[in-house]
Design a protein around this ligand. Structure first.
Ligand code: SF4
Length: 334
């Protein structure tokens, strides 16, 4: 655990009990987040990134269960807290900006009441003028006019609703913010504005952020560190510039190659095949059926996340044998 770590996740396992057997949506994931660090967690649908985000808040719902590991928030183990202590920690120390702002706002309550509820729950009743000033500050901080406090959610645009959710999530200046695809369902111009707002909020609060998403371009613009998830496992994590310029995991390379570039025209390549079913994982490396560099040894054991460069780890059997990832082209779909 790094000296100034605000969040330390150790061997976290989240499992869904399904009719076809247990499915590990998060499989022994570990990472550490320093104060003010921005971590982007990326992966295809079903890679476990959203399950990971909700588990960090201990918000996993049945049939999902956290079956192993620890989430340390400073010196506090979130997994060991009573429900009462957990309620005190949420929002004050760790807060979530969820997907789909509309479904996280109460449609029949004015925004003012919803922000007041969050503050009351932690700080008790404040004098009316103090509360009004606090709400105005929170709304202004996310780029909204304070008059928004007197509106209902349906009177706001998608971007305004998302900013309102950000204002509520950061009302108590948490040390860690988990933002789960905060720009999904927004158009690209509003996406950019919302991301800029999140960046300003993060810098102002000095909070660490876990940004969950599937858009490598958006994540790369925001994050200091990028983590790539595949089939519930963290397969690579490292500094953003290194991850883009010299990824070590074949899956990360193929994810980057599927992005359009602005400097040179090139053919975009998708990643053939589909991620495995979590109830029927292939032996060894879960990416082997889609990996152009797979060999027989890849199916023999699950590759451990190992250091491949300073602050950079990858879970691939190519290392430590190779100094870098060889060129690769996507494998044809099976
Ligand atoms: Fe590909 Fe093998 Fe590395 Fe998995 S362990 S990513 S199959 S080379």
């Amino acid at each position: 655990m790094m000296a100034d770590a605000v969040l330390s996740v150790e061997d976290l396992i989240v499992q869904y009990d399904t009719a076809s057997g247990p499915a590990r949506a998060v499989d022994r994931v570990s990472f550490t987040l320093g104060q003010g660090e921005r971590l982007g967690l990326i992966g295809e649908s079903g890679s476990g990134k959203t399950t990971m985000g909700t588990a960090l808040m201990r918000l996993t719902r049945a049939p999902g269960r956290i079956v192993g590991g620890r989430v340390m928030l400073g010196g506090t183990d979130i997994m060991a807290l009573s429900q009462r202590d957990l309620r005190a920690v949420r929002l004050r120390d760790i807060a979530m900006i969820p997907q789909g702002a509309m479904s996280s706002l109460n449609p029949v309550l004015r925004i003012r009441v919803q922000i007041e509820d969050a503050i009351h729950a932690h700080e008790g009743r404040l004098p009316k003028p103090e509360m009004a000033a606090r709400i105005a500050t929170l709304l202004t901080r996310v780029g909204l006019d304070p008059v928004v406090a007197d509106r209902f959610p349906h009177e706001l645009s998608g971007g305004m609703k998302q900013r309102t959710v950000m204002a509520i999530a950061t009302a108590l200046s948490p040390k860690v913010i988990v933002a789960d695809e905060p720009t999904s369902a927004l158009d690209v111009v509003v996406q950019r504005q919302v991301m800029q707002t999140l960046g300003r909020l993060q810098s102002g609060l000095g909070a660490a952020v876990v940004l969950i998403g599937h858009d490598m371009g958006l994540i790369a613009q925001f994050a200091d560190t990028v983590g790539v998830m595949y089939a519930g496992r963290l397969v690579e994590i490292g500094p953003v510039a290194q991850m883009i310029a010299a990824p070590r995991h074949p899956y990360t390379r193929l994810l980057i190659d599927s992005l359009p570039g602005i400097d040179a025209k090139r053919r975009l390549t998708g990643i053939p095949g589909l991620p495995p079913r979590l109830t029927d994982m292939p032996p060894g490396c879960a990416f082997a059926p889609r990996c152009p560099l797979a060999t027989a040894s890849c199916t023999a054991s699950i590759p451990a996340l190992q250091t491949v460069a300073s602050g950079h780890r990858a879970a691939c059997h190519l290392y430590p044998g190779l100094p870098a990832l060889p060129p690769l082209t996507a494998k044809a779909a099976p």
